[in-house]
Design a protein around this ligand. Structure first.
Ligand code: TRP
Length: 446
């Protein structure tokens, strides 16, 4: 078997419109990393987090659309990765509550974002907690839930998020200690700060940021808006023909972010040889446009068809929930909210407790229509099959059990690529033929 994939996860708060700095500093490297072999990437729209900062519903909705369209237009492969909206996964707030119950208030008191609000209030001479919501105060717990739910190994974030990652590890450790019974329910996530990824300077040379009002738009406003922003880049007053200090100019830094080494070297030589700033700006525009231009049409098309984005996000959420649902089932058992289900208990006989991470399991349950069904999960928590509904749980259990003892290699897929697991004229479940090996392996364990 190949080595297990590294799960890389990051969230994007949906309270703004992406600019060129977001693209070069976060979106482009994240998409690039998601194509590396051995990486299982999870990217999500942190819209519950956006609610903490923004109480304008129209802006929340608009920002979600723009950010999702940006990632897709920029080349994110939504088949290969798991791209979803936080609020489409109700298991996340549920986990957030469980984590809240083990998180020390004192730990949250120390969070930088909260402390900054308190400092501002103190300086103003108002109540320390003036304007502080429980959402802001508990922000790191929700973020921990985002990460721990999917047992992410690596979390690429900006420097301002390092403390949140430390808190997520603290919370995970405490939960593992309290409820793991010797096994780790949660992976301890590692923060990933990419030093190689330059933060892009803005028009005035400071870090490109909405709060400095120095951004270059990514797609909004088309190539015209790009041109007019580039025209406003601050340069020194050297005239055409005078040698320029390429290294000291943020125009050159911007150029480098969109050029090969060779192109950058040529551009540097031209600047040092006296290229005028006007021409340099035109060259920068063309360089950015070459990369961004083709994406802009895709972006416009997606923004004009929000239903396509909705479809993508819905598919992504279904994929995410294939992990989140069994994870929550396991956690509910671990904390004592649910009894260990019978079939699952039988599977765990002889192992060390409620967690049973690393074992396949079968769960029986009653569906919304009151009928009985089974789900089969692989050792990594992936749902492998959902059985047909049965009125009589005994019939279902016997049928399910019978497949554990059967060799499935003789089964022939139908024209739709599915194999029917049937016995005595009763169909237990239908599964895609390419999943049969995984089903066989899991059945051997339950
Ligand atoms: N707090 C992050 C930010 O502002 C966004 C975020 C929310 C996030 N949940 C996350 C990042 C989980 C990484 C993992 O940038």
């Amino acid at each position: 078997m190949s080595t297990p994939a590294t799960r890389v996860l990051t969230g994007i708060t949906t309270s703004g419109t992406p600019h060129l700095g977001n693209y070069a500093g976060a979106i482009r490297p994240a998409i690039q990393a998601s194509t590396e072999p051995g990486v299982d990437a999870f990217f999500f729209l942190a819209d519950y987090h956006a609610l903490i900062k923004c109480d304008d519903p129209a802006r929340i909705a608009r920002s979600r659309l723009e950010i999702a369209a940006t990632w897709v237009a920029a080349g994110l492969d939504t088949e290969r990765t798991t791209f979803y909206r936080q609020s489409d996964v109700p298991e996340i707030p549920e986990l957030c509550w469980m984590l809240s119950c083990v998180t020390a208030k004192g730990l949250m008191n120390r969070a930088h974002a909260y402390k900054a609000s308190v400092d501002v209030n103190t300086a103003k001479g108002v109540e320390p907690d003036d304007g502080v919501t429980m959402g802001l105060f508990s922000y790191p717990v929700l973020m921990a839930a985002d990460i721990l739910m999917f047992n992410a190994h690596r979390v690429p974030v900006g420097r301002d998020q390092i403390q949140h990652l430390e808190m997520a590890r603290d919370i995970a450790q405490r939960f593992n200690h309290l409820y793991g019974r010797g096994e780790d329910l949660f992976v301890l996530p590692e923060v990933q700060i990419d030093e190689a990824v330059a933060t892009l300077p803005g028009l005035d040379g400071r870090k490109m940021s909405k709060s400095y009002d120095n951004t270059i738009p990514l797609f909004e406003g088309g190539s015209k808006a790009l041109k007019s922003a580039v025209a406003r880049i601050v340069t020194d007053s050297r005239l055409p023909g005078e040698p320029k200090d390429a290294e000291g100019s943020h125009l050159f830094t911007l150029y480098q972010a969109f050029a090969t080494h060779e192109q950058s070297a040529d551009f540097r030589a031209a600047l040092e040889g006296g290229l005028g700033w006007g021409e340099a700006k035109q060259a920068l525009c063309e360089q950015i446009e070459a990369q961004i231009g083709p994406m802009r049409d895709r972006y416009a098309d997606l923004v004009a068809h929000p239903e396509r984005i909705e479809d993508i996000l819905r598919d992504g959420a279904a994929k995410a929930r294939r992990i989140a649902i069994p994870m929550m089932a396991r956690l509910r058992e671990a904390v004592g909210l649910r009894m260990v289900s019978k079939t699952a208990a039988a599977g765990s006989a002889g192992t060390s407790g409620a967690a049973r991470a690393g074992r396949a399991r079968m769960v029986s349950f009653r569906d919304e229509d009151g009928r009985f069904r089974q789900r089969l999960f692989a050792a990594d928590g992936t749902e492998l099959l959902l059985s047909e509904p049965f009125g009589d749980p005994k019939v279902l259990n016997a049928l399910g059990r019978s497949f554990a003892a059967r060799d499935l290699s003789d089964l022939v897929p139908g024209s739709d690529g599915h194999v029917e697991l049937a016995a005595d004229g009763l169909c237990w479940a239908r599964v895609p033929a390419d999943r049969l090996d995984a089903v066989r392996e899991a059945l051997a364990q339950v």
